[in-house]
Design a protein around this ligand. Structure first.
Ligand code: 3Y8
Ligand code: NAP
Length: 244
C-alpha cells in the first residue's frame, strides 16, 4: 500500500499530484509555507518546515511514508539535501522529479554566473533597467549595485521595502506567458534580465522574450545537489512508484 510524500512548490509537483489523485494513490503534498496563498491541490497539503533532516525523518517514520518524491525547485538545495539524508536514515525510497537546466539557443545572449553573489558582481557598471526575476528571498544582495532601476516580480507584497533605491514592484505569479513577458519588458524598457536557471516552462517566457528583443541575460547556475535517483519525466516517476 502506497503512502507518498511529495515535496512540492513546482509545476512538476502539481502535475505529479494530479496524476497520483487520478490513480487514487494516497499522497500528501508538502509546501514550505513561503507564499500567502499557494495553489489549491487535489491531494491533502501540509505546510511549513519539518525541523531539519531529523524532523523530516521523524515525519517519514510517524506517517509511515512508503515513497518520498522530491519535486522541489532546483534552487531549493537545502530541502533536497535534507530529503537525501532523511530517506537514507529511514530507508525510505527516494526519487527526485526535476527538470533539465535551460541551455542557450541561437540568438540568446547569456552570461552564466555560478551564484547570486556573482550575479550582483556582474551588474557593475553604468545604470541600466534590470528585470530581477529571482523572487524575494535574495534581493538584499543587489543593494551593492544601487545605480540601476530594478523591476522586481514578487509573488506576495514584501513586508518591508527592498533595500534598492530605485525599484518598481510587480506582484504576479507564474506560469508566465511569452505575450505577457514581452509586454512587460517593452513597457518597462528593460535592458537586462537576471534569471535563475530554473528549467521547466513556468519561468521560461522571459528568456524567449529576451531572445526576440535581443536583451542580454545574466543566468544563475543551479546550486550543487547530492547524488540521488532523479527523473525528468512524469512517466518515469510513475514507473518507479509501480516498481518500488
Ligand atoms: C511556495 C506555490 C505550480 C508551481 C508554479 C516552477 C514555476 C510558476 C516561475 C519570474 C520567476 C521564482 C519564484 C517562480 C516560478 C512556478 C511555480 C514558480 C519564479 C510558487 C509557490 C511557492 C513559490 C515560492 C517562490 C519563492 C521564489 C520562487 C517566485 C504555489 C508560486 C522567482 C523562482 O516570496 C517568496 O518567499 C517566494 C519564494 C521560493 C524564489 C525566491 O527566492 O523568492 N518561488 N512559488 C512554495 C512553498 O511554500 O513550498 O502557489 O504554486 C510556485 C511556483 N513558482 O504548482 O504551478 O515550477 O518553477 N517562483 C525562479 O525560478 O527564479 C518566478 O518571475 O520570472
Ligand atoms: P530551501 O532553501 O531548500 O529550504 C529551506 C527550508 O525550507 C528547508 O530546510 C525546509 O525547512 C523548508 N522547506 C523547503 N521546501 C519545503 C517543502 N516543499 N516542504 C516543507 N518544507 C520545505 O527551499 P527554498 O528555496 O526556500 O524553497 C521553498 C519552496 O519554494 C520549495 O517548495 C520550493 O520547491 C519552492 N520554490 C523555490 C524556488 C527557489 O527559487 N528557491 C523557486 C520555485 C519554487 P526545515 O529544514 O525546517 O525542514
Amino acid at each position: 500500500m502506497h503512502n507518498i510524500l511529495v515535496l512540492g512548490g513546482t509545476s512538476e509537483a502539481t502535475r505529479l499530484v494530479q496524476a497520483l489523485a487520478e490513480a487514487r494513490l494516497p499522497a500528501t503534498l508538502s509546501y514550505a509555507g513561503r507564499v500567502a496563498r499557494p495553489r489549491p491541490q487535489p491531494v491533502p497539503v501540509r505546510s511549513g518546515g519539518f525541523g531539519g533532516p531529523e524532523g523530516l525523518a521523524r515525519y517519514l517514520s510517524e506517517q509511515a511514508i512508503t515513497h518520498l518524491i522530491d519535486a522541489t525547485h532546483p534552487f531549493a538545495a537545502q530541502m533536497s539535501k535534507h530529503a537525501v539524508q532523511a530517506a537514507a536514515a529511514t530507508g525510505t525510497p527516494l526519487i527526485a522529479f526535476t527538470r533539465p537546466a535551460w541551455t542557450p539557443e541561437q540568438g540568446d545572449d547569456w552570461t552564466h554566473v555560478p551564484d547570486i553573489t556573482a550575479a550582483v558582481a556582474a551588474l557593475s557598471g553604468p545604470r541600466q533597467r534590470i528585470l530581477l526575476a529571482i523572487g524575494r528571498m535574495h534581493l538584499a544582495g543587489f543593494a551593492a549595485q544601487p545605480q540601476h532601476h530594478y523591476l522586481l516580480r514578487l509573488v506576495d507584497p514584501p513586508q518591508s521595502p527592498p533595500p534598492l533605491p530605485d525599484h518598481h514592484i510587480l506582484i504576479d505569479r507564474g506560469p508566465f506567458t511569452l505575450q505577457g513577458d514581452t509586454a512587460l519588458l517593452v513597457q518597462h524598457r528593460i535592458t537586462r534580465i537576471v534569471s535563475k536557471n530554473a528549467g521547466g516552462t513556468g519561468a521560461r517566457a522571459k528568456l524567449i522574450a529576451a531572445r526576440q528583443l535581443r536583451l542580454p541575460v545574466i543566468m544563475i547556475d543551479r546550486p550543487s545537489l547530492p547524488p540521488r535517483r532523479a527523473a525528468t519525466r512524469l512517466d518515469q516517476v510513475l514507473d518507479w512508484l509501480a516498481d518500488t
